[in-house]
Design a protein around this ligand. Sequence first.
Ligand SMILES: Nc1ncnc2c1ncn2[C@@H]1O[C@H](COP(=O)(O)OP(=O)(O)OP(=O)(O)O)[C@@H](O)[C@H]1O
Length: 258
Amino acid sequence: MTAQQPLIQVKNLDLFFGLFRALKDVSVDFKSGELVGLVGDNGAGKTTLIRVLCGIHAPTKGEVYFDGKRVTEFHPKLAIDQGIETIQQSVGLCDNLSIARNFYLGREPVNRILGIPFLDFRKMRDISTRVIREFGLRENVSPDDEVERLSGGERQSVKIGRAVEFKNRVVIMDEPTNHLSVREREHVNELALQLRSQGLLVIYITHDIFQVHKLADRIVIMENGEKIADASTDSMTAEELEEVIRQGGRVVEKREKK
Ligand SMILES: Nc1ncnc2c1ncn2[C@@H]1O[C@H](COP(=O)(O)OP(=O)(O)OP(=O)(O)O)[C@@H](O)[C@H]1O
């Protein structure tokens, strides 16, 4: 990894829901071409942090920089325009629409005939066919099939394919392998590595410590709204990582006191 400028810089972020402080002075950097595991117990603040990055929540205090520029407005559309895509198990696809339509959701290509705009179905079908083959969907799956017909892993593949095709710069994967079979899980994880090797920043949220330790370059651990550790996976075994999470910040504090 070169010493390049971080793609995303989070500085001293605080976020309150009413009186509840969900993020406490969180600072963290993310670089392009990195796969970063974001872990921590339930309620640690992982989802809240990534919701700030994808423009769903505005921080109460602190700063976020994207590509060196301060983010002054937090809105999901702005985050998408900057190339930040979130892949969650249960959201992101409309079950009753075809794979092709889902692939282009919100970015539908248009043909103009006599100045009247028409959806370019041929383009949607052609591009999504290529991508669904490339991303490992079954041979008998057609771009005209409703996504309802797809397995969990195939649904994730459509979302990941979409992120690559639209040249996203950041893919946030929030528990992307929940409820998937072992084979599908491996496939989704291979796709995550593929995104990283294409130079994207991948932020991977999970409770599966052993899985993320194998995949990630770096692990950021959160606890009660705070970042309690940020370490490369080479510097910590999966067992040590699990212990840090189990003990909250206490193991880290002990290590720092030595
Ligand atoms: N919209 C909201 N309004 C009020 N409190 C919220 C809201 N969203 C999250 N919280 C609270 O903020 C804290 C952090 O939640 P968050 O979802 O970020 O945790 P998490 O680390 O992603 O947990 P999990 O692994 O269970 O998804 C929790 O105590 C949660 O109840």
